[in-house]
Write a protein that binds this ligand. Structure first.
Ligand code: ATP
Ligand code: MG
Length: 201
């Protein structure tokens, strides 16, 4: 049996909050790999113009090269239109087969968006969920919500406290726009990629 972590995100750009979270979950749950899954281009979904998927994919590749356990998937960027988590997980289940347990990793802010009440049963049948703490989202509140879901659906959702990184892609984009430093918030390779391609200016 293999254990694969799935870390979905816009990654616009990827930063140390994503990387620390993925690594913490990998080591705690003894995962064989973590697969980063950049989203396809969402249609106005996020209230700002999301950077093209090729840039976001390449930044994710650059950021993960130094970790032998990290891989990047094109499953969402290669599929047309916006992908829902449920379809991505079904697709990955097909690829990895019955011998793999999937662990979907997300930050505390994203978990409840992903596990909507409508889909919770099906999603939780397909994979385990790990919700990681994120500055601004308390572990206590997160655990309360998770417990509600657990009680109703009798399914397991894990929560994990990870090193607090008060970093967001939104803040990084804003810093670039305002010509403020982004150094040490994300890998140097990604910092140079952003400069070279004049992203977020
Ligand atoms: P944006 O500000 O554009 O929403 P973001 O920093 O939230 O960007 P996303 O690509 O939206 O990054 O997040 C992908 C996943 O990583 C989500 O599950 C999110 O909760 C999680 N995540 C993002 N930043 C952190 C962080 N600093 N600590 C823990 N988890 C994080
Ligand atoms: Mg976000």
């Amino acid at each position: 049996m293999s254990k694969i972590g799935i870390m979905g995100g816009t990654f616009d750009p990827i930063h140390y909050g994503h990387l620390v979270t993925a690594e913490a979950v990998r080591s705690t749950f003894d995962l064989d790999n973590v697969l980063f899954v950049p989203t396809g281009n969402p249609p106005h979904k996020k209230g700002y113009k999301v950077t093209g998927s090729v840039h976001r994919y390449l930044m994710t590749v650059l950021a993960t090269v130094t970790n032998p356990f990290f891989e990047v998937s094109r499953i969402e960027i290669d599929s047309e239109g916006y992908s829902y988590t449920i379809d991505t997980i079904k697709g990955l289940k097909k690829i990895y087969g019955k011998t793999a347990d999937l662990y979907f990793i997300s930050g505390a802010d994203a978990i409840l968006e992903i596990i909507t009440w409508k889909q919770v049963n099906e999603l939780l049948d397909l994979c385990f969920f790990v919700a990681a703490t994120r500055p601004g989202y308390e572990l206590k509140e997160l655990n309360q919500k998770i417990n509600e879901i657990k009680k109703i659906y009798n399914k397991q959702i894990f929560s994990l406290e990870v090193p607090a990184m008060a970093i967001s892609s939104t803040d990084i984009r804003k810093r670039v726009r305002e010509k403020r430093p982004i150094k040490y918030l994300l890998p140097e390779s990604v910092e140079y990629y952003i400069k070279k391609n004049k992203l977020y200016v």
